[in-house]
Design a protein around this ligand. Sequence first.
Ligand SMILES: [Zn+2]
Length: 311
Amino acid sequence: MATMKKTSALIAAAAASTLTLTACSTTEPGADGSASAEGALTVATAFYPLQFVAEQVGGDRIVVVSMTPAGVEPHDVELSPATARQLGTADLALYLSEFQPAVDDAISTTGVEALDAAEVIELHAAEEHADEEGEDEHDHGSSDPHFWLDPDLLAHLADAVGEAFATADPDNADTYTANAATLHAALEDLDNQYATGLAQCERDTIVTGHEAFGYLAEAYGLHQEGIAGLDPESEPSPARILEIKDIIAETGATTIFTEDAVSASVAEALASDVGVETEVLSPVETVADGDDYIGVMTRNLSVLEDALGCE
Ligand SMILES: [Zn+2]
Protein backbone atom coordinates (compact mmCIF):
# COMPACT_ATOMS: atom_id res chain seq x y z
CA MET A 1 0.00 0.00 0.00
CA ALA A 2 3.04 2.25 0.31
CA THR A 3 3.17 2.57 -3.48
CA MET A 4 -0.47 3.59 -3.58
CA LYS A 5 0.16 6.39 -1.13
CA LYS A 6 3.07 7.53 -3.25
CA THR A 7 0.84 7.67 -6.32
CA SER A 8 -1.82 9.63 -4.49
CA ALA A 9 0.77 12.09 -3.25
CA LEU A 10 2.16 12.53 -6.75
CA ILE A 11 -1.26 13.11 -8.21
CA ALA A 12 -2.26 15.36 -5.33
CA ALA A 13 0.82 17.47 -5.98
CA ALA A 14 0.05 17.61 -9.68
CA ALA A 15 -3.61 18.32 -8.99
CA ALA A 16 -2.80 21.13 -6.58
CA SER A 17 -1.01 23.01 -9.33
CA THR A 18 -3.97 22.62 -11.70
CA LEU A 19 -6.77 23.14 -9.21
CA THR A 20 -7.41 26.80 -9.93
CA LEU A 21 -7.22 26.14 -13.62
CA THR A 22 -9.55 23.15 -13.49
CA ALA A 23 -12.14 25.23 -11.70
CA CYS A 24 -12.37 27.70 -14.55
CA SER A 25 -11.38 25.46 -17.42
CA THR A 26 -14.84 24.16 -18.22
CA THR A 27 -15.60 27.25 -20.24
CA GLU A 28 -19.20 27.95 -21.13
CA PRO A 29 -20.20 27.40 -24.74
CA GLY A 30 -20.65 30.82 -26.27
CA ALA A 31 -17.32 32.16 -25.08
CA ASP A 32 -15.14 33.08 -28.02
CA GLY A 33 -12.70 30.31 -27.15
CA SER A 34 -9.70 32.56 -26.64
CA ALA A 35 -7.42 31.76 -23.73
CA SER A 36 -8.23 33.63 -20.55
CA ALA A 37 -4.69 33.59 -19.18
CA GLU A 38 -2.27 35.66 -21.21
CA GLY A 39 0.00 33.53 -23.32
CA ALA A 40 -1.68 30.28 -22.22
CA LEU A 41 -2.23 27.45 -24.63
CA THR A 42 -5.89 26.59 -25.20
CA VAL A 43 -6.38 22.85 -25.60
CA ALA A 44 -9.68 21.27 -26.67
CA THR A 45 -10.10 17.68 -25.45
CA ALA A 46 -12.64 15.31 -26.96
CA PHE A 47 -13.53 13.26 -23.84
CA TYR A 48 -12.50 12.64 -20.23
CA PRO A 49 -9.28 10.54 -20.30
CA LEU A 50 -7.80 12.94 -22.87
CA GLN A 51 -8.89 15.88 -20.69
CA PHE A 52 -7.16 14.25 -17.69
CA VAL A 53 -3.89 13.87 -19.61
CA ALA A 54 -4.07 17.45 -20.91
CA GLU A 55 -4.71 18.85 -17.41
CA GLN A 56 -1.90 16.86 -15.82
CA VAL A 57 0.63 17.64 -18.55
CA GLY A 58 -0.39 21.26 -19.12
CA GLY A 59 -0.80 22.25 -15.46
CA ASP A 60 -1.37 25.98 -15.08
CA ARG A 61 0.19 26.77 -18.46
CA ILE A 62 -2.91 25.75 -20.45
CA VAL A 63 -6.67 26.22 -20.55
CA VAL A 64 -8.59 23.00 -21.21
CA VAL A 65 -11.91 23.08 -23.04
CA SER A 66 -13.80 19.77 -22.92
CA MET A 67 -15.94 18.76 -25.92
CA THR A 68 -17.91 16.14 -23.94
CA PRO A 69 -19.77 17.73 -20.99
CA ALA A 70 -19.12 16.19 -17.55
CA GLY A 71 -21.44 13.24 -16.85
CA VAL A 72 -22.20 12.66 -20.51
CA GLU A 73 -21.27 9.34 -22.08
CA PRO A 74 -18.85 10.26 -24.91
CA HIS A 75 -19.76 7.68 -27.55
CA ASP A 76 -21.26 9.51 -30.51
CA VAL A 77 -21.47 12.82 -28.63
CA GLU A 78 -23.22 15.70 -30.41
CA LEU A 79 -21.48 19.09 -30.53
CA SER A 80 -23.42 22.33 -30.28
CA PRO A 81 -22.39 24.97 -32.84
CA ALA A 82 -20.82 26.96 -29.96
CA THR A 83 -18.74 23.97 -28.82
CA ALA A 84 -17.66 23.21 -32.39
CA ARG A 85 -16.59 26.87 -32.69
CA GLN A 86 -14.56 26.60 -29.47
CA LEU A 87 -12.87 23.53 -30.85
CA GLY A 88 -11.97 25.41 -34.02
CA THR A 89 -10.33 28.29 -32.13
CA ALA A 90 -8.23 26.11 -29.79
CA ASP A 91 -4.45 26.08 -30.26
CA LEU A 92 -4.50 22.30 -30.19
CA ALA A 93 -7.14 19.57 -30.05
CA LEU A 94 -6.72 16.09 -28.54
CA TYR A 95 -9.10 13.47 -29.93
CA LEU A 96 -9.47 9.85 -30.98
CA SER A 97 -10.49 9.44 -34.61
CA GLU A 98 -13.48 7.20 -35.43
CA PHE A 99 -14.75 7.33 -31.81
CA GLN A 100 -16.87 10.50 -31.99
CA PRO A 101 -17.90 11.31 -35.58
CA ALA A 102 -19.08 14.83 -34.62
CA VAL A 103 -15.60 15.64 -33.26
CA ASP A 104 -13.92 14.20 -36.38
CA ASP A 105 -16.17 16.38 -38.55
CA ALA A 106 -15.50 19.54 -36.52
CA ILE A 107 -11.75 18.96 -36.65
CA SER A 108 -11.69 18.46 -40.40
CA THR A 109 -14.09 21.39 -40.99
CA THR A 110 -12.19 23.87 -38.82
CA GLY A 111 -8.70 22.61 -39.71
CA VAL A 112 -7.60 23.06 -36.07
CA GLU A 113 -4.17 21.65 -35.16
CA ALA A 114 -4.95 18.24 -33.66
CA LEU A 115 -3.25 15.24 -32.05
CA ASP A 116 -5.09 12.00 -32.83
CA ALA A 117 -4.54 9.39 -30.09
CA ALA A 118 -5.01 6.70 -32.76
CA GLU A 119 -1.76 7.95 -34.35
CA VAL A 120 0.07 7.37 -31.05
CA ILE A 121 -1.55 4.18 -29.76
CA GLU A 122 -1.90 1.09 -31.88
CA LEU A 123 -5.60 0.31 -31.46
CA HIS A 124 -6.83 -3.27 -31.38
CA ALA A 125 -9.28 -4.58 -33.92
CA ALA A 126 -12.83 -4.84 -32.57
CA GLU A 127 -13.98 -8.33 -31.62
CA GLU A 128 -16.90 -9.43 -33.74
CA HIS A 129 -20.02 -11.04 -32.31
CA ALA A 130 -21.96 -12.34 -35.28
CA ASP A 131 -25.20 -12.30 -33.30
CA GLU A 132 -25.07 -8.68 -32.15
CA GLU A 133 -27.89 -6.44 -33.22
CA GLY A 134 -27.96 -2.71 -33.77
CA GLU A 135 -24.34 -2.32 -34.82
CA ASP A 136 -24.11 0.42 -37.43
CA GLU A 137 -21.36 -0.06 -39.95
CA HIS A 138 -19.92 3.36 -39.13
CA ASP A 139 -19.74 2.62 -35.38
CA HIS A 140 -16.12 3.14 -34.33
CA GLY A 141 -14.78 1.86 -37.65
CA SER A 142 -13.32 -1.54 -36.95
CA SER A 143 -11.16 -0.79 -33.90
CA ASP A 144 -11.79 -0.85 -30.17
CA PRO A 145 -11.49 2.77 -28.89
CA HIS A 146 -11.10 2.03 -25.14
CA PHE A 147 -7.27 2.09 -24.96
CA TRP A 148 -7.24 4.35 -21.84
CA LEU A 149 -8.30 1.42 -19.65
CA ASP A 150 -4.74 0.11 -20.01
CA PRO A 151 -2.72 2.61 -17.87
CA ASP A 152 0.44 1.72 -19.76
CA LEU A 153 -1.10 2.86 -23.07
CA LEU A 154 -2.31 6.10 -21.46
CA ALA A 155 1.27 6.65 -20.23
CA HIS A 156 2.45 6.51 -23.86
CA LEU A 157 -0.15 9.10 -24.75
CA ALA A 158 1.11 11.32 -21.91
CA ASP A 159 4.57 11.35 -23.53
CA ALA A 160 3.12 12.32 -26.91
CA VAL A 161 0.97 15.06 -25.36
CA GLY A 162 4.05 16.44 -23.58
CA GLU A 163 5.86 16.64 -26.93
CA ALA A 164 2.86 18.22 -28.68
CA PHE A 165 2.50 20.90 -25.98
CA ALA A 166 6.24 21.60 -26.07
CA THR A 167 6.08 22.09 -29.84
CA ALA A 168 3.02 24.34 -29.63
CA ASP A 169 4.44 26.42 -26.74
CA PRO A 170 8.27 26.12 -26.73
CA ASP A 171 8.67 28.68 -23.91
CA ASN A 172 7.13 26.18 -21.47
CA ALA A 173 8.60 23.04 -23.01
CA ASP A 174 10.51 22.06 -19.86
CA THR A 175 7.36 22.24 -17.72
CA TYR A 176 5.38 20.06 -20.14
CA THR A 177 8.16 17.51 -20.39
CA ALA A 178 8.51 17.29 -16.60
CA ASN A 179 4.74 17.04 -16.05
CA ALA A 180 4.45 14.33 -18.70
CA ALA A 181 7.20 12.35 -16.96
CA THR A 182 5.41 12.69 -13.59
CA LEU A 183 2.13 11.48 -15.10
CA HIS A 184 3.92 8.65 -16.92
CA ALA A 185 5.42 7.48 -13.62
CA ALA A 186 2.05 7.63 -11.81
CA LEU A 187 0.41 5.58 -14.59
CA GLU A 188 3.24 3.04 -14.51
CA ASP A 189 2.71 2.76 -10.77
CA LEU A 190 -1.01 2.11 -11.37
CA ASP A 191 -0.09 -0.48 -14.00
CA ASN A 192 2.13 -2.24 -11.44
CA GLN A 193 -0.68 -2.27 -8.88
CA TYR A 194 -2.99 -3.90 -11.45
CA ALA A 195 -0.39 -6.48 -12.48
CA THR A 196 0.25 -7.39 -8.83
CA GLY A 197 -3.38 -7.24 -7.70
CA LEU A 198 -4.68 -9.42 -10.52
CA ALA A 199 -1.82 -11.91 -10.64
CA GLN A 200 -3.38 -14.65 -8.48
CA CYS A 201 -7.16 -14.88 -8.82
CA GLU A 202 -9.69 -17.70 -8.58
CA ARG A 203 -11.49 -16.52 -11.74
CA ASP A 204 -10.38 -14.63 -14.84
CA THR A 205 -13.60 -13.94 -16.77
CA ILE A 206 -15.25 -10.53 -16.47
CA VAL A 207 -18.84 -10.17 -17.67
CA THR A 208 -19.40 -6.51 -18.53
CA GLY A 209 -22.28 -4.39 -19.81
CA HIS A 210 -20.65 -2.67 -22.75
CA GLU A 211 -17.45 -4.12 -24.04
CA ALA A 212 -15.08 -1.41 -22.81
CA PHE A 213 -12.50 -3.54 -21.01
CA GLY A 214 -10.73 -5.37 -23.85
CA TYR A 215 -7.42 -3.52 -23.37
CA LEU A 216 -7.55 -3.93 -19.60
CA ALA A 217 -8.33 -7.64 -19.95
CA GLU A 218 -5.48 -8.17 -22.38
CA ALA A 219 -2.98 -6.27 -20.24
CA TYR A 220 -3.71 -8.30 -17.08
CA GLY A 221 -4.59 -11.75 -18.38
CA LEU A 222 -8.37 -11.50 -17.98
CA HIS A 223 -11.06 -12.58 -20.40
CA GLN A 224 -13.92 -10.17 -21.18
CA GLU A 225 -17.46 -11.19 -22.14
CA GLY A 226 -19.57 -8.15 -23.01
CA ILE A 227 -23.36 -8.32 -22.88
CA ALA A 228 -23.70 -5.45 -25.36
CA GLY A 229 -21.02 -4.45 -27.88
CA LEU A 230 -18.41 -1.71 -27.94
CA ASP A 231 -21.14 0.92 -27.99
CA PRO A 232 -23.06 1.25 -24.69
CA GLU A 233 -26.25 2.08 -26.60
CA SER A 234 -26.32 -1.19 -28.54
CA GLU A 235 -28.90 -3.77 -27.45
CA PRO A 236 -27.83 -7.37 -26.86
CA SER A 237 -29.66 -10.07 -28.82
CA PRO A 238 -31.61 -12.82 -27.02
CA ALA A 239 -28.98 -15.26 -28.34
CA ARG A 240 -26.21 -13.25 -26.69
CA ILE A 241 -28.12 -13.17 -23.38
CA LEU A 242 -28.37 -16.98 -23.46
CA GLU A 243 -24.67 -17.24 -24.26
CA ILE A 244 -23.82 -15.00 -21.29
CA LYS A 245 -25.94 -17.20 -18.99
CA ASP A 246 -23.92 -20.24 -20.13
CA ILE A 247 -20.64 -18.38 -19.61
CA ILE A 248 -21.63 -17.39 -16.07
CA ALA A 249 -22.57 -20.99 -15.29
CA GLU A 250 -19.34 -22.39 -16.78
CA THR A 251 -16.93 -19.87 -15.26
CA GLY A 252 -18.61 -19.53 -11.86
CA ALA A 253 -18.66 -15.76 -12.30
CA THR A 254 -20.11 -14.08 -9.22
CA THR A 255 -20.62 -10.63 -10.65
CA ILE A 256 -21.91 -8.77 -13.69
CA PHE A 257 -20.14 -5.44 -14.04
CA THR A 258 -22.30 -2.43 -14.78
CA GLU A 259 -21.28 1.17 -15.20
CA ASP A 260 -22.01 4.61 -13.90
CA ALA A 261 -23.02 6.62 -16.98
CA VAL A 262 -25.43 4.29 -18.79
CA SER A 263 -28.52 2.32 -17.83
CA ALA A 264 -27.80 -1.06 -16.29
CA SER A 265 -31.32 -2.48 -16.65
CA VAL A 266 -30.40 -5.39 -18.94
CA ALA A 267 -27.40 -6.35 -16.78
CA GLU A 268 -29.42 -6.06 -13.56
CA ALA A 269 -32.29 -8.17 -14.90
CA LEU A 270 -29.83 -10.80 -16.08
CA ALA A 271 -27.95 -10.78 -12.76
CA SER A 272 -31.11 -11.30 -10.72
CA ASP A 273 -32.24 -13.99 -13.17
CA VAL A 274 -29.05 -16.05 -12.71
CA GLY A 275 -28.45 -15.09 -9.07
CA VAL A 276 -25.20 -13.11 -9.26
CA GLU A 277 -24.24 -9.64 -8.00
CA THR A 278 -23.81 -6.44 -9.96
CA GLU A 279 -20.91 -4.09 -9.24
CA VAL A 280 -19.95 -0.83 -10.90
CA LEU A 281 -16.79 -1.09 -12.99
CA SER A 282 -16.24 2.31 -14.55
CA PRO A 283 -15.03 2.58 -18.15
CA VAL A 284 -13.73 6.04 -17.10
CA GLU A 285 -15.51 7.61 -20.06
CA THR A 286 -16.69 10.32 -17.68
CA VAL A 287 -15.99 10.87 -13.96
CA ALA A 288 -17.94 12.45 -11.11
CA ASP A 289 -16.98 15.88 -9.80
CA GLY A 290 -13.84 15.73 -7.67
CA ASP A 291 -12.88 12.31 -9.00
CA ASP A 292 -10.11 11.56 -11.46
CA TYR A 293 -8.72 8.80 -13.65
CA ILE A 294 -6.30 7.43 -11.04
CA GLY A 295 -8.95 7.42 -8.29
CA VAL A 296 -11.55 5.66 -10.43
CA MET A 297 -9.04 3.12 -11.76
CA THR A 298 -7.87 2.37 -8.22
CA ARG A 299 -11.49 1.68 -7.20
CA ASN A 300 -11.97 -0.45 -10.32
CA LEU A 301 -9.00 -2.58 -9.26
CA SER A 302 -10.41 -3.30 -5.83
CA VAL A 303 -13.82 -4.16 -7.36
CA LEU A 304 -12.08 -6.60 -9.73
CA GLU A 305 -9.99 -8.15 -6.94
CA ASP A 306 -13.12 -8.79 -4.86
CA ALA A 307 -15.20 -10.18 -7.72
CA LEU A 308 -12.45 -12.42 -9.10
CA GLY A 309 -11.29 -13.74 -5.73
CA CYS A 310 -7.74 -12.45 -6.01
CA GLU A 311 -5.16 -13.06 -3.28
ZN1 LIG B 1 -17.22 2.85 -24.42
